[in-house]
Design a protein around this ligand. Structure first.
Ligand code: AMP
Ligand code: GLY
Length: 435
């Protein structure tokens, strides 16, 4: 099979998966790409299908075996936390992503904390609780502002920044007494509040070698000025100017390498992408969280800058040969602005017809990644909360921003919402936004 084209399956159906599929499409060694469930935009680059996963992913495994899939790439955290990688590997399939045990770095914040503490990775001082009274006692000791985190996966809603003890007690009660997020609320982590600028660094790893990717910064809040509810992410840019070369090296040395060593010590092989969400404080970088997968929308700005063939990297990760590679980056700046549906994130309205997609200048500098879209007759319609990600690449951040905002105006749908201030902090850092 060494000269034949590879068949790749991508699991997921958001902007991140569209960016992965788009990047794979550029590889001369990739043949058919399948995606489940995919979306209306992905369907232009890949064969999308809906399939029940089945108990322990047995239906999906059967499908992958029938299709003769060579490599599977898993986008979202939920199937990783449920053991999709273990199920695929048991069936002899090659799959890009961490095992269920390794994915606990994202699926359990108390586990991640314990690993960080054991590996002496810089992070906020914290303790884990199952008892509300004990949790309150610690909150009093820490004093506001402080952070209360549900232990398990809570779709980005599990973190409370408490500016008063009352708010902290309320968050403790919602989790430990009311079980707001079900089993994810059985345990909480309470930690000190860190001040600084946030940045994300994702890295490829095969369990032995770690290759950090270009830095990125996302925008979690719904509205301009970082107000409103937390979302999956309303936009991103790469690189993040706050992450200097020295800082990148510091994160490699003090976060990624000790993390891998600690996991190895525990007999856990981590394969795929590890994502470190960082707070860059005056005392240096501190880890806020680990994710066990590509970030979304970060992937929509990082993969367009990656010069390597993604299949080469995926193969090397799966086969434990990442040491043979190094990553190369396009020096252009990438910006992604997310268009969301009315009502996102609580109750996004579906069904609006999306117009103007054909007017966007798609010359390689502007990319439109689909997230919540579906095809209805000849129309694209809104089918999810985050609808589209408009990525623009240019020689400077102001130019990339200008291009992204120029092109996004061509796209229209009823209820469309997007932030107008993506990358505002980076612009301030670039001395008042001078080009
Ligand atoms: P997480 O899911 O753990 O990354 O938390 C979500 C968001 O909460 C982060 O992106 C930060 O904005 C904020 N956050 C989490 N932990 C802290 C902390 N220790 N100090 C300040 N802000 C935090
Ligand atoms: N954008 C944050 C995440 O992917 O978790």
């Amino acid at each position: 099979m060494s000269n034949s084209l590879r068949k790749v399956l991508v699991i997921g159906g958001g902007g991140r998966e569209h960016a992965i599929v788009w990047k794979l499409r550029q590889s001369k060694r990739v043949g058919p790409i399948y995606c489940t469930p995919g979306n209306a935009g992905i369907a232009r680059d890949a064969i999308c299908f809906d399939a029940p996963w089945g108990e322990n992913f047995c239906e999906l495994v059967r499908r992958a075996l029938t299709l003769g899939i060579d490599y599977t790439i898993v986008g979202p955290e939920a199937p990783l936390a449920e053991g999709i990688v273990d199920a695929f590997e048991k069936a002899g399939l090659k799959v890009f992503g961490p095992s269920r045990e390794a994915a606990r770095l994202e699926a359990s914040k108390s586990f991640a904390k314990e690993v960080m503490q054991a590996a002496r990775i810089p992070t906020a001082m914290a303790q884990t609780f199952t008892d509300a009274k004990e949790a309150q006692k610690f909150a009093r000791k820490l004093g506001p502002p402080l952070i209360v985190k549900a232990d398990g996966l809570a779709a980005g809603k599990g973190v409370t920044v408490a500016y008063s003890l009352e708010q902290a007690y309320e968050a403790i009660r919602r989790n430990l007494v009311e079980r707001q997020f079900g089993a994810a609320s059985e345990r909480i982590v309470i930690e000190e509040f860190l001040e600084g600028e946030e940045a994300s660094i994702m890295a490829f790893t095969d369990g032995n070698v770690i290759l950090p990717m270009a830095s990125a910064q996302d925008h979690k809040r719904l509205h301009d000025g970082d107000i409103g509810p937390n979302t999956g992410g309303m936009g991103a840019y790469s690189p993040a100017p706050v992450v200097t070369d020295e800082l990148m090296e510091e994160v490699r040395e003090t976060v990624f390498l000790p993390l891998l060593e600690e996991l190895q010590r525990r007999g856990i092989v981590y394969k795929g992408v590890i994502y470190a969400g960082l707070m860059i404080t005056e005392e240096g970088p501190r880890v806020l969280e680990f994710n066990c997968r590509f970030g979304d929308p970060e992937t929509q700005v990082v993969l367009p800058r990656l010069r390597n063939d993604l299949l080469d990297i995926v193969e090397a990760v799966c086969d434990g040969r990442l040491c043979e590679h190094h990553l190369e980056w396009d020096p252009h700046v990438a910006v992604c602005v997310v268009m969301a549906a009315r009502g996102y994130p609580e109750a996004p309205e579906k069904g609006a017809v999306i117009e103007g997609l054909e007017d966007v200048m798609l010359d390689g500098r502007v990319l439109v990644f689909h997230a919540g879209t579906a095809q209805r007759a000849s129309d694209f319609v809104v089918a999810g909360g985050r609808v589209l990600g408009i990525t623009a690449l240019h020689t400077s951040l102001p130019r990339a921003l200008h291009l992204a905002y120029q092109e996004i105006q061509r796209i229209r749908f009823d209820g469309a919402h997007y932030r107008r201030d993506i990358a505002h902090r980076a612009l301030e850092r670039l001395e008042g936004g001078a080009d």
